[in-house]
Design a protein around this ligand. Structure first.
Ligand code: GDP
Length: 425
């Protein structure tokens, strides 16, 4: 049985918490795209963790964690994260890394930083983790697969050839220092040795697991609206965070994915630039930001304050649609307990016309939100465990979202901890 946990919004929906929760009833947790450019916050018996690259199943000793071929592997960050777990008393996790996974190189980070600097006020708000240059190289066929790190002759040849071009570009575009091929080579070989016991053919492993009836959880990063094809291009990420891509990035047959859990946030937040129709500003935004998440809405990777907004039903319905969601986990509902009334965006006004279907980016930039106001519940709901026990106004809010998006809400998360969960049947 394969399930996918994916974001329906702009990321930071609380997927880490949901994956951590669902991992307890899974045998395998797989990351299928992205790299260390986003963080999943998990709070459990060991403490609070911001995982960037490791799958969220690493806290369970019965779970095998997999980094699939679609992931951008920063070997150094991987080692740091593993070391951090060890230092904080987490038993060494079971982790497998696909030999086909490509390696994030030092120049990817350099180009990411330099290009954002060059763009100045037109920058995309990259996390500067090297993700866009990484995926560009992958599709330009100048990437390095992890298996190649263990073929020293091939590795050296490829590095020399790639760096010839990279160094020319670094100098010409940014007047930056060249990359030292030998240094990169030595570092790759050294770190490669440290992780070699985890590197294998994860595709065959997963197909074997499917035959054995194992429970597999696919863990997405970011959210549907950041998808390069279907999201708010070009303010998107560089790999697809969609459940449909999970089959490709993990290496399993698409028809095996039986359930797609779209994680939906009860209000909106967004990192990076780009149109954000329900964005709020000033004190109103500051209050929601401070009350949001488990300790305010700040990027788990960058620490940047997140842009805040009211719930956008138009964007969420679209996000769930392109994810192919079969069920919704509505998160962070507890955060809204301070409000007298809660606006929900139910349409976009563009050039005097109200639309309900999520448009392309150049139209989105002109969109003004059409709000419906809901009465707040003015109550701390974080200790509630039964749906029926929620205040009537909270149920009204949930049921409106469910009917607008037209996908069953099966989970309501009302706090950052594992136990803060309501199963709504
Ligand atoms: P992810 O990238 O989708 O995993 O999301 P993040 O970890 O970046 O952001 C979610 C934030 O909300 C984290 O700080 C979580 O600890 C926190 N969180 C998750 N679910 C809930 C919830 O239901 N209520 C509250 N108050 N915080 C939550």
């Amino acid at each position: 049985m394969v399930r996918a946990v994916v974001g329906a919004n702009w990321g930071d929906e609380g997927k880490g918490k949901m994956t951590d929760l669902l991992a307890s009833e899974s045998d395998i947790v797989v990351r299928f795209q992205g790299g260390s450019n986003a963080g999943h916050t998990i709070i459990n018996n060991y403490g609070k963790f911001a995982l960037h690259l490791l799958p969220s199943g690493v806290f369970y000793d019965h779970v095998t964690n997999v980094l699939g071929p679609g992931v951008a592997l920063s070997m150094k960050i991987l080692l740091d994260e593993l070391e951090n777990l060890e230092n904080r008393g987490v038993p060494s996790p079971r982790l497998l890394i696909s030999e086909r996974t490509q390696v994030l190189m030092p120049w990817h980070v350099l180009f990411d930083i330099r290009e954002e600097e060059r763009l100045g006020s037109r920058q995309f708000g990259s996390t500067k983790s090297g993700i866009a240059p990484f995926y560009s190289d992958k599709y330009y066929k100048t990437g390095i697969q992890l298996c190649e790190v263990y073929n020293r002759k091939l590795l050296k040849e490829k590095l020399v050839s790639i760096c010839q071009v990279k160094n020319l570009l670094l100098k010409a575009l940014y007047n930056a220092k060249p990359v030292d091929v030998d240094m990169v080579y030595n570092e790759l070989v050294t770190i490669g040795q440290k992780i070699s016991h985890m590197v294998c053919d994860t595709t065959s492993f997963l197909h074997g697991a499917l035959k054995d009836g194992k429970r597999i959880l696919l863990e997405g990063q970011l959210g549907a609206l950041k998808d390069p094809d279907h999201g708010i291009y070009p303010f998107t990420t560089s790999s697809s965070p969609l459940a449909g891509y999970a089959a490709v990035g993990a290496g399993i047959p698409p028809y095996e994915i039986k359930s797609i859990i779209a994680v939906v946030k009860a209000y909106s937040s967004c990192v990076g630039t780009g149109p954000f129709v329900t964005e709020i500003h000033g004190d109103e935004a500051a209050e929601l930001r401070e009350r949001g998440g488990d300790a305010g809405e700040y990027g788990a990777t960058t620490g940047r304050p997140r842009r805040m907004g009211w719930f956008d039903a138009v964007a969420t319905r679209y996000g769930c649609m392109i994810q192919g969601a079969t069920e919704i986990a509505l998160t962070l509902l507890d955060v809204l307990g301070y409000l007298d009334t809660i606006p929900v965006c139910i349409g976009y006004e563009i050039d005097g016309k109200v639309i309900k279907d999520f448009p392309v980016t150049c139209m989105l930039e002109k969109a003004k939100p059409v709000y419906k106001e809901f009465p707040g519940w003015k109550y701390d709901i974080s200790r509630i465990r039964e749906y029926e026990a929620l205040p009537e106004n909270a149920k009204r809010y949930v049921e409106f979202i469910e009917s607008y998006v037209n996908i069953p809400i099966k989970w309501i998360s009302n706090g950052p901890r594992r136990e803060n969960i309501i199963r709504k049947i």
